[in-house]
Design a protein around this ligand. Structure first.
Ligand code: AMP
Length: 217
């Protein structure tokens, strides 16, 4: 049985950090739509160029584009024990499309993990965030600092602040989350898939809580 997971939570909740380590621990593929869009942007592909305007403003890229990108990833998935979708779905329409795609693949979701954290902590987390230019590993100046300043622990790449971690874009991203993504909690709760993890703890505490939640499923 594969372990097929969705990680939900507001920007800054630590989904990306947890998805990366959880995928390594369990041999899962980590599908981060934010990373995929940033990669497309770097390579100046048509998807990247169309996504740029939305990303810079902190707005969601249109559903069809995100859905198609994820569909291609899942169909091309290699020999793994399952997947973690990090940052997808972000709207009810995306969740419904994903449902259809997964039933066609006869691969129902195992669980949807909700990373729970109070709004007040998010801005602080997002504005201190550092991301590796090469491998996208996230760090935080205070909560999860790299061993050497400015250098990625994983690949020695250069750490930078994301273009959309500015105060204005962060405000828009949080409001997009509240309006369009928060309703997914009810959507998956109703389907009996949702489990909550307290994301306000230090990184190791969240990882331990995540493992317990997965064992309980
Ligand atoms: P993230 O790295 O997950 O915070 O995503 C960065 C940006 O990529 C978001 O603010 C959106 O502009 C875009 N994005 C990522 N995932 C999605 C998605 N599932 N649907 C639409 N836009 C997305």
């Amino acid at each position: 049985m594969s372990l097929d997971l969705v990680f939900l939570g507001p920007p800054g909740a630590g989904k990306g950090t947890q998805a990366k380590t959880c995928a390594e621990r369990h041999g899962l593929s980590h599908v981060s739509t934010g990373d995929l869009f940033r990669q497309n942007l770097k390579e100046e592909t048509p998807v990247g160029l169309m996504a740029r305007g939305f990303m810079d403003k902190g707005l969601l890229v249109p559903d069809e584009v995100a859905c198609q990108m994820v569909r291609e990833c899942l169909e091309g998935e290699g020999d793994t024990e399952g997947f973690i979708l990090d940052g997808f779905p972000r709207t009810i329409a995306q969740a419904e499309t994903l449902d259809g795609d997964l039933s066609r693949m006869q691969r129902p979701l195992t669980a949807v993990v909700s990373f729970e954290i109070a709004d007040g902590m998010l801005t602080e987390r997002l504005t201190g965030r550092l991301t590796c230019r090469d491998c996208s590993t996230p760090f935080h100046v205070a909560f999860n600092p790299p061993e050497q300043e400015g250098v990625c622990d994983a690949c020695a790449g250069e750490l930078c602040t994301r273009d959309d971690d500015t105060e204005q874009a962060v405000g828009a991203r949080l409001s997009e989350y509240r309006d369009k993504s928060a309703p997914l909690l009810d959507f998956y709760e109703t389907r009996g898939l949702l489990c909550g993890v307290d994301a306000a703890q230090p990184v190791d505490g969240v990882s331990a809580a995540l493992e317990r939640a997965l064992e309980d499923r």
